[in-house]
Design a protein around this ligand. Structure first.
Ligand code: F6R
Length: 613
């Protein structure tokens, strides 16, 4: 989703801003723009539909000088993607430039009021309303730009991260946030801002995560100042950034997605590091420090979106089976508007890679308001969800740049498996020996994933057969029904092939009508207690002329005889099998998308971090 970069310092801002925009490209966008303040205090604004490369080409013959600037990648919400709607937006005189992430919900009312006062609008965006409102307050009251910004932000309803420059105050950069992330990088005599830390990483490792309702005043030659919307000074907490440039680059792979798929043995090693003691006990500090809450909980509600929701479905089975605790899994977007029955005694687990998903964040706030204890499972350290939860566990899989979630999914399921074992032990539903067996299985995951990755070449060959089909069905049962959902989501989001996931036994209640020789079905069928039943589902598909690609445990014979293609994965404990089965599904989606010539890392219309409703 939209990205913000800002710079104030002693170097030329333009190259820093452009590099920062490239770093933020992974978030998804459709236009880009930059505003620079020249040495003569002239505000130059350049915007372009398309990619950051298009903006760079557009700027080739322009004056891009200046040591203060802001830049933006826009993911359209209000108004189509075009040059006019791209950010930065500016006031009538062109003295103020503003970039914004998030949505201003009351923008229509504000726009109408401003129009009544003579403001003319160029774009269809909510952002232009905000910059015109700041300008209007400034003009009508004679107050400073900072005070007008504070006042305007108090009037808007919605979510925002903004950065603002004013040619009448050429040594100042203003930034603010509410429900949309903003990070400030503190350098030597220079300051950077970013929607996340990726644009700052090569310049500084000192960062400040701005909190909701805070405004940062970055003034040349002065220390960073942070105040609240109601003008009280805020505590500045400078943290050390643990992120390297190498983690943000492709490292020789053609796409981030492939790099991230192949990183999984290492990311799972990082995820479990220090959490399995003596090879037999699981220790998660979030559970350890809140034993009372978890021992007395009567149920768990999991809230998440997309891939994280699929991980939640696997978590439900794990927790129910190992800790004998009822679990409900909700789409965060539905939960927040369903007047949910949650309260004291309930534990709400929020799962989110980015830690910034607006729906999940809102679900958490609601659950906390109603007295539930909220546990977060996030990847991005310091993210909003990590901060808004009572406690939680980071998955520690490193930055995920490819829009399609891969290593975060396996990290989330691994954490959920550790959490379920830990809860089972705490609640006395899992014997020490049973816990030790699963703990050993979790420890062997990196090797099992390395083994599963060896099917890459054969999946690439297989993908060529299916590049041009229009629909796919993914079926699985038990622990691997959510894996089927995840496999279908991976394929559809990056190849744009329609794919549906179903519990295999549900096929006969409807989807079987679709089966013919043009609809291939992927069965996720590792050896488990429902294996025979899945085999009979495979026969039903074959009997109707459908092609079958089956993911099976190495050495399996019955399915190999009837399926068109089998992909073998190493044997793993059933409750961990989704982690291993996900690997060939990620590879299948990846290779088909590459063969179709899709933009794998930045598929159309998608954003990496969904910070709007
Ligand atoms: C799919 C994908 C999305 C995200 C969803 C939630 O590959 O990445 O479905 O899983 O937008 O995002 P997070 O986990 O950041 O809350």
């Amino acid at each position: 989703m939209c990205g913000i970069v800002g710079y104030l310092g002693h170097r030329d801002a333009y190259p820093i801003l452009i590099k920062g925009l490239h770093r933020l490209e992974y978030r998804g966008y459709d236009s880009a723009g930059v505003a620079l303040l020249t040495a003569g205090d002239k505000l130059n604004i350049y915007k372009s539909r398309g990619k950051v490369d298009d903006l760079e080409r557009f700027c080739e013959s322009k004056d891009v000088s200046g040591t203060l600037g802001i830049a933006h990648t826009r993911w359209a919400t209000h108004g189509e993607p075009n040059d006019i709607n791209a950010h930065p937006h500016f006031n009538a005189s062109g003295s103020l430039a503003l970039v914004h992430n998030g949505t201003i919900e009351n923008y229509a009312v504000l726009r109408e009021a401003l129009e009544r006062h003579g403001c003319l609008f160029r774009s269809d965006t909510d952002t232009e309303v905000l910059v015109q409102l700041i300008d209007y307050i400034r003009r009508s009251t004679g107050c400073s730009t900072l005070d007008a910004t504070r006042e305007a932000l108090r009037e808007v309803v919605g979510a925002y991260a903004i950065a603002l420059i004013d040619s009448d105050d050429p040594d100042c950069l203003i930034a603010a946030r509410k429900s949309s992330p903003l990070v400030i990088g503190v350098g030597e005599g220079e300051t950077f801002i970013g929607s996340d830390a990726s644009p700052l990483v090569e310049f500084t490792n000192k960062v400040v995560y701005l909190k909701d309702d805070e405004i940062a005043i970055i003034r040349r030659g002065e220390p960073l100042q942070v105040i609240t919307n109601d003008n009280r000074p805020s505590q500045i907490d400078i943290q050390e950034l643990r992120l390297s440039v190498a983690q943000l680059e492709k490292g020789g792979y053609p796409h981030f997605m492939l790099k991230e798929i192949f990183e999984q043995p290492q990311t799972i090693r990082d995820c479990i590091r220090g959490r399995i003691i003596d090879g037999r006990r699981v220790q998660l500090s979030g559970i350890q420090d809140n034993q009372e809450q978890f021992a007395s909980a009567s149920r768990i509600v999991i809230v998440a979106c997309g891939t994280s929701w699929h991980a939640g479905l696997i978590g439900k089975r794990l927790i129910q089976e190992l800790a004998n605790l009822p679990v409900q899994v909700e789409y965060a977007s539905e939960f927040r508007y369903s007047n949910p029955v949650v309260g004291p005694g309930d534990i709400v687990i929020a799962i989110s890679q980015s830690g910034e998903t607006a729906d999940t964040l809102a679900a958490i706030k609601l659950a906390r308001e109603r007295g539930a204890f909220v546990y977060g499972i996030c990847n991005v350290v310091g993210s909003s969800i990590a901060r808004e939860t009572n406690t939680g566990t980071y998955i520690h899989v490193g930055p995920e740049i490819g829009v399609a979630s891969t290593k975060a999914f396996t990290g989330q399921v691994t954490v959920l498996a550790m959490l379920a074992v830990s809860l089972g032990c705490l609640r006395g539903t899992l014997s020490d020996d049973a816990a030790a067996e699963i703990a050993r299985g979790i420890q062997s995951l990196p090797d099992l994933i390395s083994d599963a990755l060896s099917v890459n070449d054969s999946i690439k060959t297989l993908s060529a057969t299916y590049t041009y089909v229009h629909n796919f069905l993914y079926l699985g049962r038990g622990y691997n029904y959510p894996t089927a959902l995840e496999g279908a989501l991976k394929l559809k989001e990056i190849s744009y092939i329609h794919a549906e996931g179903y519990p295999a036994a549900e096929m006969k209640h409807g989807p079987i009508a679709l089966i013919d020789n043009e609809l291939p079905t992927v069965f996720i069928a590792p050896a488990d207690e429902l294996h025979e039943k899945v085999i009979s589902n495979i026969r039903q598909v074959k009997a109707r002329g459908g092609a079958v690609i089956a993911i099976v445990t190495r050495g399996e014979r019955s399915i190999t005889e009837i399926a068109d293609h089998t992909i073998e994965i190493p044997a793993a404990p059933v409750c961990l099998s989704p982690i291993i089965a996900a690997i060939p599904l990620q590879l299948l989606a990846y290779h088909i998308a590459v063969m179709k010539g899709r933009d794998v890392d930045m598929p159309r219309n998608l954003a990496k971090s969904v910070t709007v409703e």
